[in-house]
Design a protein around this ligand. Structure first.
Ligand SMILES: C[S@@+](CC[C@H](N)C(=O)[O-])C[C@H]1O[C@@H](n2cnc3c(N)ncnc32)[C@H](O)[C@@H]1O
Length: 470
């Protein structure tokens, strides 16, 4: 009772009337906002009458539709009337849609004669001595007493949102009738993050014009896609270790780009522990790490998270760079943060509900460059088999030759440089590489003498050459 009284007292504040006035302006609501008690009763009676008629009409229509293909209405009547109780989810949805249609057909009142209809929805997180429905019921009752609004759970005009988080609460007014969390994504994967969460993670990073932002573990690309649409003046780049995820991101991106004819960002196939990016070249990293449930495993996370923090410290700019990381595996993250304590400062940690899982969002700032980055992450062994974890396996050193090639001038094409890396040609002298050609279509060959050939082109002479270790 004590908690309910607090919730009810909060809704009585004057701010609500101001918010409702703004809502009215935005939604162009023409009806009666604050009716008298008499006006409320008359409107409610009218509403009940229209709903009764709409229900009868909707049920009759559904029965008619069902009868049509069979042709013998009486034989199917019993079965149909049973189904109209709305037992299954599909049937209920069908019935509601039909009722909605019938309601608007029957309702002949002018918009300015209608009394505001409302519902209260409670979103609750934490342990409380009341349920969400109890809270919505009591707050709804209080609103009805105060303003004489009509309760309507389906055909409401305004939805009051009551958000209870642990020991705090706030009210809001829903601006849309549908959640926007599925916006912009067409190809969903097993771990696709809600667009609303992506947006808020990006906001935590406070992107500025010209910032280079990466999501190194992008999955289906929900974070960079949301970012490139919301923060136009930043440049987004993303990648994933799984080719399927990279393809899904490309499909999502293609879908948006086909509508807008604009190029939004770049997608690469990479491993976050060995990013193909220069040192201190990135301003912000926003990513959703594998939780170790649907993606990866908690065991692998112990090593992976440390490697990720180390590699991100290399590519993110010192002093001004920041990283916003989301994970459910908070233990692995705490261990990784302790490991990389000299590189990252934890400035904020937020709790977040991801489909019922209590995850954490970590806001990190890149510290000043230390004299040397920490040594490689120690190897983690599988306890039983004694095998090395794939993620913790040692890097193999490959001796390679780096060729800098000069593109010969052909026709009107201007001269340009190209760089390629292949195995050390003193050991093995052949390699295949993709080079842009005048027609942009042909795979060029690096021959045994180190010359690169493209279709109908002169060989690329070697400009310089160096042996390097990768
Ligand atoms: C939680 S999911 C990301 C989901 C994504 N935010 C979305 O909305 O689709 C984590 C992703 O990290 C990727 N991943 C795991 N290890 C990686 C690594 N070493 N390098 C790059 N990506 C990796 C997985 O393939 C997976 O797609």
């Amino acid at each position: 009772d004590h908690d309910m009284n607090i919730l009810k007292a909060e809704i009585e504040r004057d701010d609500l009337k101001k918010a409702v006035a703004l809502w009215r302006e935005r939604n162009k609501f023409q009806g009666i906002l604050y009716p008298t008690e008499h006006g409320y009763k008359a409107a409610k009676d009218g509403e009940v009458e229209i709903k009764k008629l709409a229900k009868t009409l909707a049920e009759a229509r559904i029965r008619d539709k069902k009868c049509q293909p069979v042709g013998i209405c009486s034989e199917n009547y019993e079965h149909d009337s049973h189904s109209l109780t709305g037992d299954s989810k599909d049937e209920r949805a069908r019935l509601n849609a039909a009722k909605f249609e019938a309601y608007h057909e029957i309702d002949s009142r002018k918009p300015e004669d209608k009394v505001l209809k409302f519902r209260v929805t409670c979103v609750r997180n934490g342990t409380h001595c009341f349920g969400s429905q109890d809270a919505a019921y009591h707050v709804g009752g209080r609103l009805q007493d105060m303003f004489h609004w009509i309760v309507d759970l389906n055909f409401y005009d305004i939805e009051i949102m009551l958000n209870v988080r642990e020991d705090s609460m706030y009210y809001g007014i829903a601006l849309t009738k549908e959640s926007k969390h599925r916006r912009n994504i067409n190809f969903f994967g097993p771990t696709t993050l809600r667009a609303t969460i992506c947006y808020n993670m990006l906001r935590l990073a406070q992107p500025k014009a010209g910032d280079i932002i990466i999501d190194p573990m992008c999955g289906g690309g929900s974070i960079p896609i949301e970012g490139s649409l919301a923060f136009h003046s930043s440049y987004f780049m993303c990648g994933d270790i799984h080719e399927k995820a990279v393809n899904r991101t490309r499909s999502n991106l293609d879908h948006i780009e086909s509508h807008t004819q604009r190029r939004y960002m770049d997608v690469l196939h990479w491993d976050t522990t060995h990013l193909i990016l220069r040192d201190s070249s990135v301003d912000i990293c926003v990513t959703d790490l594998p939780f170790g449930k649907r993606s990866g495993s908690v065991f692998d996370n112990r090593t992976l998270y440390k490697q990720v923090l180390l590699e991100l410290a290399r590519v993110v700019r010192c002093n001004i760079g920041r990283a916003i990381l989301l994970t459910y595996d908070r233990k692995s993250m705490t261990m990784a943060l302790t490991f990389a304590a000299g590189l990252w400062k934890l400035v904020k940690k937020l709790k977040i509900n991801i489909g019922g899982l209590e995850a954490g969002v970590y806001v990190l700032w890149r510290l000043k460059a230390p004299a040397a980055l920490p040594q490689r992450v120690p190897k983690t062994r599988h306890r039983k088999s004694g095998r090395h974890s794939v993620l913790s396996s040692e890097k193999r050193n490959l001796s390679c030759t780096l060729w800098v090639l000069r593109r010969p001038t052909t026709g009107s094409n201007s001269e340009s440089g190209a760089t390629t890396v292949g195995p050390d040609r003193r050991r093995k002298r052949t390699s295949t590489t993709m080079m842009p050609t005048p027609t942009n279509t042909i795979v060029s060959e690096l021959d045994t003498y180190g010359h690169v050939y493209g279709s109908g082109m002169k060989p690329y002479p070697i400009y310089s050459e160096a042996v390097t270790t990768l």
